[in-house]
Design a protein around this ligand. Structure first.
Ligand code: ATP
Ligand code: MG
Length: 414
């Protein structure tokens, strides 16, 4: 893509009330625009990034036999009355209002009340199970402290998967598989997530959260640096310095961002909706459920919180809006022509490239490039052309390599 055609521009200052690093950088680089606290528009660069995160999520959910669907954001009160959640948590979390004929409606902040009766329409027998469905959709929550940019939206993106099983054992098997799929998602997005025991709600002792340790996190976790023991402070009985209950090593305390959460729901929602299946022996039994959430928009914010420096963002390759930022410096037509030729070559090789073909100063181009933070930067200039070369630099490294013009496409194709 040509940067001259991009309708957004980098901006000098983020809004004053925007305190989080992720929102400041994403707004300054033109990835998102703030409509109001907790509500953002995704602009071309931001939407490309969010789509790449969603692609990773889709691949990993499809790999554990998730079938993608899309449920509505609007749903009627009656469904939420079946589980009591219209009243509790009620408007504390949910946006509720009236449509025509005073029909009471709400916006989805989670989807058990919609997905359970939906799957119930199709699943009757043990032969129809197990099944897993998921969607990637905007959720709405009346969040009290929407000041963390993409990390805590009032409208935000969620991937929610729901699994349905004949037995608890089968649900737990799937639950374990989902843990690995989740770790794959976060790894591929450049996040090192820890599996942390957290509150499980009324029907199970624990749920499991995927927490990324960082000082910017809102959660506190206690974890062992030697084994995999880790608990959210909301449920933990250990403190920093205590002995790990699993291996005896010393427990550490850290701030963390929750990027995912999986729950063994068991029969909580199937019993509310009388969702039963006919077992092999002809008896009717409650369907066993699990649910599994990831926040793609929070993932995007977290990546920025973790991968940035004082000049801007540093995107991991798999989710960067483009792989390469191609710049030419200098007014000479032959420099621009060489860059144009390289732009075509990169495009033909299928390499995603943002081409800064604007007529602006070298300083502006270099600063914008650091701010936007694509994984590779190519600079074509008088100096590099004197050696039939370009400068190639990784955003994450300081090192600048001189690479022959004729080799650079091949090098980046790898
Ligand atoms: P938190 O404790 O941070 O409020 P939660 O435990 O209420 O989150 P879940 O219901 O577990 O959130 O939602 C599943 C996932 O959706 C979370 O792990 C997180 O990645 C994402 N998520 C939840 N709330 C928000 C939000 N307000 N903005 C952005 N992402 C969110
Ligand atoms: Mg959670």
């Amino acid at each position: 893509m040509r940067q001259s055609k991009l309708f957004t521009k980098t901006i000098k200052d983020a809004p004053k009330d925007e305190v989080s690093v992720n929102a400041q950088l994403l707004i300054k680089a033109g990835f998102v625009d703030k409509l109001m606290a907790g509500v953002y528009s995704y602009l071309p660069l931001g939407l490309l990034t969010l789509r790449k995160i969603n692609d990773v999520v889709r691949e990993e959910m499809n790999a554990i036999d998730g079938q993608e669907i899309l449920m509505p954001a609007l749903s009627p009160k009656e469904l939420w009355d079946k589980t009591g959640r219209w009243e509790d948590p009620g408007t504390e979390v949910m946006f509720q209002f009236k449509g025509r004929s005073d029909k009471e409606l709400g916006l989805g902040w989670t989807h058990e009340e919609v997905v359970t009766p939906l799957v119930q329409k199709f699943v009757k027998s043990y032969k129809d199970l197990p099944v897993a469905v998921y969607q990637i959709q905007d959720k709405f929550r009346n969040e009290p402290r929407a000041k963390s940019g993409l990390m805590r939206g009032i409208e935000f993106s969620m991937k929610d998967l729901y699994s349905f099983h004949t037995t608890e054992e089968d649900m737990w098997d799937y639950y374990e598989k989902s843990k690995q799929a989740y770790l794959n998602v976060f790894n591929r997005c450049g996040l090192d997530a820890k599996i942390v025991e957290a509150s499980g709600g009324a029907f199970s002792k624990y749920s499991h959260e995927f927490q990324v340790l960082t000082e910017y996190g809102e959660d506190t976790v206690f974890y062992c640096s030697k084994c995999d023991f880790a608990q959210n402070s909301e449920i933990s009985k250990v403190k920093a310095g205590d002995k790990c209950p699993k291996c005896g090593e010393s427990i550490s305390e850290g701030k963390a961002i929750e990027v995912g959460n999986i729950f063994p729901l068991k029969t909580k929602y199937s019993s509310a909706f009388k969702f039963k299946y006919t077992a092999e022996n002809g008896k009717e039994q409650d369907v066993i459920m699990g649910c599994y959430g990831i926040g793609p928009s929070r993932v995007m914010g977290s990546v920025v919180e973790i991968h940035h420096d004082d000049k801007g963002m540093i995107w991991p390759e798999e989710i960067a809006p483009f792989k390469v930022h191609l710049l030419f410096l200098g007014k000479d037509d032959k420099i621009k022509a060489a860059a144009e030729k390289l732009y075509l070559g990169l495009n033909e090789a299928g390499i995603e490239v943002l081409f800064d073909d604007r007529d602006v100063s070298a300083g502006v181009k270099l600063n914008d490039s650091d701010l936007i933070g694509l994984p590779y930067r190519i600079v074509v200039s008088e100096k590099t052309l004197a050696e039939d070369s370009v400068e190639l630099k990784k955003r994450a490294d300081e090192k600048v390599d001189l690479v022959e013009l004729k080799k650079v496409v091949k090098m980046l194709s790898a």
